[in-house]
Design a protein around this ligand. Structure first.
Ligand code: PHE
Length: 449
């Protein structure tokens, strides 16, 4: 493969914003807060923080190290690390499976992002005082879902077909600061509303009795892997476009830190907002649990915005713009996984490859939309709960066992500072043995319970 034909991020900040753009997504804005609310509040937040740095960060480093050393899509990267026939087979199976998982996640993510876009369009139409238009977008129907998912898919393809620097990096650096500003403004607004403090208390005060609950551990691990985009090859492929002089332990820590911070901040917005809604008479519990997932975002919060006399439409617009931005910077990173493979393994150019794969993924989205009840939950569970941790384990093993010593030494030379020195002492044995075992143990616990 020609080195010069591959794209490259123009700067550290460009890479960090693109990678945090991938990490910060719908998983942060509603997955994290509702997981926390349902799992003992502050207890979940505390366990999540530990798992994010003890398990997810080393696993992220495995992807970053493999990606930057091989400078290839996940399939060719793993294939290139294999030194004999059995490992080559394992490499191809893992790489091929990861590409499929990334595409399947994009399939259901596009549908959910379409709902977000529909709510955003409804809010815009309300601000512009176009009632029939806002009514169409606000009411669920197959036609609306397919149209708005198609719009989201087109946006994703347009960014990815622009390439690493002119598509992914350009849009991530524009959108991520906007996301942070919207998030902070919304937190400021919601925390001053009546009822917000009860939500803050639930979110932050740990329910100590829950801290060693196995279900909590498993939810926190799954959440951390989904949130850091691990186990599908996105971080690997982004790192393959990173300059060889960048200090990997430092950028990896930045990505983990920013992703965790945004998840935490989203909790400061979403959980108090639910209790503000409760004050307005809106139901926020179902079957004794706090309403989570799609119902929270598409029913509870819109009802809250609807009940805010003056600012409601603008707050709704800001909130759904925030979610749409978070979703787009994540979906482009998912699409990049199969597109990088197609561009590097077939004669297709980036533009046609992005459109072709985009259309194939959209066909999957349409299938999930048409057969929602049997398919949606199944695809989410198989990809995020089973596949991501398993591929994550495989990537730790490849990084730990298949990368030659001289390559790791080169990595050590490229990173500077005492902390980086310490990192390169601890990480190699850790990622080889401890990390895969810990992920497997947590995963198995989830299967048993
Ligand atoms: N990290 C994204 C989120 O939190 C989801 C994602 C998963 C992105 C896998 C890329 C790959 O929403």
């Amino acid at each position: 493969m020609l080195q010069g034909s591959r794209g490259e991020f123009s700067s550290r900040i460009g890479f960090v914003l693109a990678a945090t753009g991938s990490a910060v997504g719908l998983g942060n804005v509603w997955g994290f807060p509702t997981n926390a609310a349902g799992n003992g509040g502050g207890a979940f937040v505390a366990i999540y923080l530990i798992l994010a740095f003890v398990l997810a960060y080393p696993a992220l480093m495995a992807e970053l190290v493999i990606g930057r050393h091989t400078r290839a899509n996940i399939y060719s990267a793993l294939e290139g690390l294999a030194s004999n026939a059995p490992t080559r087979l394992a490499a191809r199976l893992t790489g091929g499976y990861a590409v499929l998982v990334a595409s399947a996640i994009l399939g259901f993510y596009t549908l959910v992002a379409g709902w977000v876009l529909a709510q955003l369009c409804a809010a815009i139409a309300r601000v512009l005082d176009w009632p029939s238009m806002s009514g169409w977008f606000a009411t669920a129907s197959l036609g609306r879902d397919l149209a708005s998912a198609a719009l989201f898919a087109v946006l994703t393809v347009l960014v990815v077909s622009g390439g690493v620097r002119n598509g992914i990096e350009r849009w991530s650096t524009r959108l991520m600061p906007a996301l942070l500003i919207l998030l902070l403004a919304l937190i400021g607004y919601v925390l001053t509303q009546p009822g917000a403090l009860a939500g803050l208390r639930l979110y932050l005060v740990p329910d100590i009795a829950r801290i060693l609950d196995p279900a909590l551990l498993v939810s926190a691990l799954g959440q951390a892997f989904f949130s850091l985009s691990l186990g599908v090859g996105t971080m690997l492929v982004y790192a393959s476009y990173l300059d060889s002089k960048e200090n990997l332990p430092v950028v990896g820590a930045m990505i983990t830190g920013i992703d965790t911070l945004v998840a935490f901040l989203a909790g400061l917005l979403v959980i108090p907002a639910m209790f503000v809604a409760q004050r307005q008479g809106i139901e926020i519990h179902a079957g004794g649990e706090l309403i989570a997932g799609p119902d929270l975002i598409f029913q509870v919060l819109p009802a809250l915005f609807g009940s805010m006399a003056q600012w409601g439409d603008l707050v709704a617009l800001a909130f759904f713009a925030l979610l749409a931005i978070a979703a787009l910077t994540s979906s482009i990173s998912m699409l990049e996984v199969p597109v990088a493979l197609a561009v590097e393994k077939t004669p297709l150019a980036r533009g046609p490859a992005s459109w072709l794969i985009g259309i194939a993924v959209f066909a999957a989205t349409a299938l999930i939309a048409c057969f929602f009840d049997p398919l949606f939950g199944l695809v989410v569970t198989v990809t995020t709960e089973y596949s991501q941790p398993l591929v994550g384990i495989a990537l730790c093993l490849f990084a730990g066992w298949a990368i030659h010593r001289d390559r790791l030494l080169a990595e050590i030379r490229a990173s500077q500072g005492e902390a980086a020195g310490l990192f390169w002492k601890i990480w190699p044995p850790y990622v080889r043995i401890v990390c895969p075992l810990l992920i497997a143990a947590t995963f198995l616990q989830g299967l048993i319970h």
